[in-house]
Every structure is written in C-alpha cells, then in structure tokens.
Design a protein around this ligand. Structure first.
Ligand code: NAD
Length: 303
C-alpha cells in the first residue's frame, strides 16, 4: 500500500536544513503541498535568514511540487499564526504539522546559564506548542490532523551536557500524551519521532561515527509513516541509519506496601517494584492511580 499525501497540506518547521529539509522534500515528492518554515539562524539559534527555506522551496518546485517559504521563528506566536493563515489562504486546510525546528546550547548543568535553559525550552517546547495551537482548531474543524513532535534520545534516556535540550525533548512526549487524548475524537493523531542523523546539529560527533550510514534521509520514512493517513497514534518511534524502534513509557505491576516501616519495605522490595514482568502502557495518567487503588482494595479485602 503506497503512502500518498496527494491533496494534503503540510507544515514542516525548521525545514531549511537537515532532517526538516528531507521531511519537506519527501512529503512534496509524495504529493503534499508544503509550508517550508525556517528561521535560518545558526545552530545555537542566533541570527536569521529567509534563504534556507527559500532554497528548499526552489528544490520542491524544480521537482514539480508546490511549496511556500516561511521564515517565522516558532517562538513567535503571532508570526506562527500568520504562517498558518498564509497556508489557509493559499490551500484552505492544514493536514500535517511536523514540529522539527530545534537548536542546541549544550553545557553541563553546573555551567549552564538559566537563560540558555529557557531559550532551548522556548524553541523546542513552546515552538511546538505555538505551532500546534495555531493548527489545532483547524484540524478539529476538519476532523483530520497528523502531528509529529521531534523528541530525542537525549530527553528519553539522557545525555551529558544536554539538561536543557533533554528536558525540552521529554516535555514534547508529555505534550503528545495529552494531545492524543484530546484530539482522538477529531481523528487528530500525534506521534513523536526520535531521530539519529548526521546534520549540522550533530556534526561535533562526526569523527566518531560512520557518517555515510547516518543521512537524514534514512530517518524520513519513519516521519512519513507517523503523519500518514493510517498513522499510529501516541507512538514514539526511534529512527536512524535505517533502523526503526518503538520506545515506550511503561508502568510495572509494582507492590502494595503500607505501615510505619513503608520506606524500609520499599527499599527491601525495590527489585519486585522494578520487575518489568506484566508491565503495562497506560492510556492515560489516571490509570496509575486506578492500579494503585486496586492494589490497596485487594490488600483490604485480604485483611
Ligand atoms: P539542523 O540544525 O540541521 O536543523 C534545525 C533547523 O531548525 C535549522 O534549519 C534551524 O534554522 C531551524 N530553527 C532553529 N530555530 C528555529 C526557530 N526558532 N524557528 C524556526 N526554525 C528554527 O538540525 P537537525 O539535526 O536536522 O534537527 C532537526 C530536529 O531533530 C531538531 O528538533 C533536533 O533537536 C532533532 N533531533 C536531531 C537529532 C540528530 O541526530 N540530528 C537527534 C535527535 C533529535
């Protein structure tokens, strides 16, 4: 079954370079009309230029596709709203949003200025929030929407020197979890992509990696699936070098423990609490409390 985006309108943020550029080119190749957004700044988010987005639009047009360039910063809600208005004016709908724009300001937590922490949160988290907010009512009205967040293994699993970036990237998982619940009845599906690719963002790691295997185009098939008509919902998909993995946030069966010595019992039974046999992936946060109450009621009934 071929995945086609004929008749679909997509917005890809940070699409002037790296992964976003590949996503935009591939969506256009498969029929989508694409808003190519990019602030055109440097890797740390300084500076701005419209040329990165314009170059990708030229590539799409040269291949016979349709695209418009947009140089809004995703951190600027008014500019994001204007970008969405422009897409609506030209094409009348927005089906797909790929939240991909990103920056790095790496430092150990000990050395990190709060300003750099806030800035990275603002671009990754609030950038995705701004873009999602600007298309949300449109997607609700259409009863159709596909949104991808770009998370990272640095947030999911941690990485030295990336407390700001990791916190922002894990926050996007939390955003996805709730949006899937609220968007479900309008067929808005939200997923997270966790990529590994050689781009300017990861160029410092270059010397240690087989770069020929790590082209961003190897990640893009995963993104296309996550925003396709038959997309999953609430999936965190790892993608890099042609490898694809599913990543879960799961809950163990745990144990029921009460009494004055509960802290000591938790310590003594920590292996049992941590045991992953029978772990579940809750469909919403309330499931944790429900499972805890069930354990308490079972203990009560036994007493
Ligand atoms: P990249 O630097 O090549 O691309 C990021 C793009 O975002 C740039 O073109 C930049 O101009 C744009 N951008 C930055 N701030 C913006 C803003 N405020 N508004 C609009 N555009 C803005 O890096 P990349 O590796 O292609 O990264 C793409 C996404 O993938 C990022 O969210 C990044 O955190 C994520 N990611 C990348 C990797 C990897 O291995 N490359 C791993 C995990 C996550």
């Amino acid at each position: 079954m071929a995945i086609s985006f004929d008749g679909r309108v997509a917005i890809v943020t940070g699409a002037g370079n790296g992964l976003g550029r590949q996503h935009a080119l591939a969506l256009a190749r498969r029929g989508a009309k694409v808003v190519v957004n990019d602030l055109g700044g440097s890797r740390d988010g300084s500076g701005a230029s419209a040329t990165a987005a314009e170059a990708v639009v030229a590539e799409i047009e040269a291949a016979g596709g349709e695209a418009i360039a947009n140089a809004a910063s995703v951190t600027d809600y008014a500019a994001v709203q204007a970008m969405v208005d422009a897409a609506m004016a030209k094409w009348g709908r927005v089906d797909i949003l790929v939240n991909n724009a990103g920056v790095l300001r790496d430092k150990t937590f000990a050395k990190m200025e709060l300003e750099d922490f806030r800035f990275v949160l603002d671009v990754h988290l609030m950038g995705a929030v701004n873009c999602t907010k600007a298309v949300w009512d449109i997607m609700r009205g259409q009863n159709y929407g596909r949104i991808a967040m770009t998370t990272s293994s640095s947030g999911l699993f941690g990485n030295f020197g990336q407390s700001n970036y990791g916190a922002a990237k894990m926050a996007l998982v939390g955003l996805m979890q709730t949006l899937t619940i609220e968007g479900a009845k309008h067929d808005i599906r939200v997923n997270c992509l966790s990529p590994t690719a050689h781009t300017r963002m990861t160029e410092d790691l270059g010397a240690r990696l087989p770069l020929e295997l790590l082209g961003p185009e190897m990640v893009t098939p995963g993104l296309l699936y996550l925003v396709s008509e038959d997309a999953p919902n609430r999936c965190i998909l790892g993608a890099g070098a042609g490898g694809f993995e599913r990543i879960y946030v799961a809950l163990t069966q745990g144990a029921w423990i009460a009494g004055d010595d509960a802290p000591e019992q938790i310590a003594a039974r920590f292996a049992e609490i941590s045991d992953r046999t029978g772990e579940i992936i809750p469909e919403m946060g309330a499931a944790q409390g429900f499972i805890e109450l069930t354990k308490a009621q079972a203990a009560q009934a036994k007493a």
